[in-house]
Design a protein around this ligand. Structure first.
Ligand SMILES: [Zn+2]
Length: 454
């Protein structure tokens, strides 16, 4: 009878295990993404640095171990909240431990490991870097599971699957090409826009997870090397050569037409008064006195060849700000960040208000002369530079409320893949073409191959 009981038990457990495998990926934490392929490469994601304390928890019983010796430091029950803090040493619930690095033991947590109320797949390590007062929190997990937590942050899950798959391959390539970018801080990539925005399990959704699964292990390769799959929101009609934005020429990051016309970030306008711009320049340390003119060539249709101050797409490489005590030659990127512009692809226009009143000398019938102020109501004059300057110099009159209008296109740096352009391409793709993501990628990344590396 005992043998039959054990056999029944085995069958029930097998059925249960099988049933568990049928659950959506988001429920199964710390399990290989694709059993047949293995977990692929691992990545260390720096969630936070310099924290005075954090709260850890898990949905089943869990252990905290010394990261190096694996010695168990403390045991906790499911849903216990553990405070890890730093005071020269690491403290677990106010009790100091000797090592400088602790880890939450990997386990079959259904909803991942909870850190500060967010949930993460893989494992969590907390360490106190030498010479620092605050804690660093690192999430180590397979790259594929890391991608689950970033794709939906970058692109709307409502977009066509082929566009999301293109994004998944670009993001995987970026992650693998930038391994150890933050090596000196003890992790590979950070969780912010500096690398890629990562939000753990809360950021996942079924469609973007599927895009990751459908492109498992596939990356952008140029001459045998995995490349950084740079991307941006919207190119504003044309992407840009990398050297015109970052100074370094990459053969696969070339200017190509974009298809983002009619999408939300295609064109924009931002206004700043001359006084405001002068204030911004002063605060940034540019001592040019009173701003008298801006020098920038007019924007013409891409592709633009041989412009000194613009790239092929028209992105501003440099802009000269002229004052009465000097001038400042800013890069497009510097000017963009000073004013918080959406991109460096823009034209400028000055709107000079006319004086509201003019003074008129009047002689009355008695021969007395007086000066009268007469109100006038002319529309402000727009100027687009002077002909003598070939349209490059935009003079400021110095009148109050003079406005510099910045007419711009696109959003982001404009190098590599345009996300909105990829969406438009995917919408026009032949139906049921499940490899169209490669066509999208090979448009924005010239000369690359898409290869499965694990
Ligand atoms: Zn980073």
């Amino acid at each position: 009878m005992k043998g039959v009981y054990l056999l029944m038990r085995k069958i029930i457990l097998t059925v249960l295990a099988f049933a568990l495998l049928q659950l959506p990926a988001v429920v199964l934490a710390a399990v290989n993404v694709r059993g047949e392929n293995g977990p692929g490469d691992m990545i260390r994601v720096g969630l936070w640095t310099n924290q005075s304390s954090i709260i850890l928890s898990a949905d089943t019983d869990f252990l905290i171990v010394d990261t190096d010796s694996k010695k168990v430091l403390a045991k906790f029950a499911a849903k216990d909240k553990v405070a890890v803090s730093a005071k020269g040493k690491i403290l677990i619930n106010a009790k100091a431990v000797t090592g400088r690095s602790i880890s939450l033991q990997p386990g079959n947590y259904k909803t991942g490991i909870e850190v500060n109320k967010r949930h993460y797949r893989g494992t969590i390590t907390v360490f106190l870097p030498q010479g620092k007062d605050g804690l660093t929190v690192v999430n180590t997990l397979p790259v594929e599971q890391y991608l689950y937590g970033i794709i939906a942050k970058e692109i709307s899950p409502g977009w066509p699957l082929e566009a999301i798959k293109a994004q998944a391959v670009a993001a995987r390539s970026y992650a693998l090409a930038n391994k150890n970018k933050h090596g000196r801080e003890g992790f590979d990539v950070c969780a912010t826009t500096d690398c890629q925005v990562y939000g753990g399990m809360e950021s996942e959704n079924i469609k973007s997870n599927r895009a990751v699964d459908d492109t498992y292990g596939q990356v952008l390769v140029y001459k045998g090397r995995v490349i950084s799959g740079y991307f941006h929101s919207s190119a504003g009609g044309y992407t840009e050569n990398s050297e015109n934005v970052w100074g370094t020429a990459y053969p696969y990051l070339r200017a190509v037409p974009d298809f983002d016309q009619g999408t939300p970030n295609f064109s924009w306008e931002q206004r700043v008064t001359a006084d405001e711009l002068q204030g911004v320049l002063q605060r940034a340390g540019y001592t040019i006195g009173k701003l008298t003119a801006l020098e920038l060539s007019p924007l013409s249709a891409a592709p633009i060849a041989n412009s000194i101050d613009r790239g092929i797409s028209g992105r501003v490489k440099s802009i000269l700000l002229i004052g009465d005590r000097g001038s400042a030659n800013l890069t497009g990127i510097q000017f963009r960040s000073l004013l918080g512009l959406r991109s460096t692809l823009f034209d400028i226009e000055i709107i000079t208000p006319n004086d509201k009143k003019i003074e008129v000398r009047i002689t009355d019938s008695a021969g007395d002369r007086e000066i009268k102020e007469i109100p006038i109501n002319l529309p402000p004059t727009k100027q687009k530079g002077f002909l003598l300057d070939r349209g490059n110099v935009h003079h400021l009159s110095g009148r109050p409320n003079e406005v510099i209008v910045i007419n711009g296109f696109g959003s982001g740096h404009g190098v590599g893949m345009s996300q909105w352009g990829a969406k438009v391409m995917a919408e026009k793709a032949p139906q049921n073409n499940t490899t169209y993501f490669k066509t999208i990628l090979q448009h924005y990344f010239q000369g690359v191959e898409i290869k499965k590396i694990y």
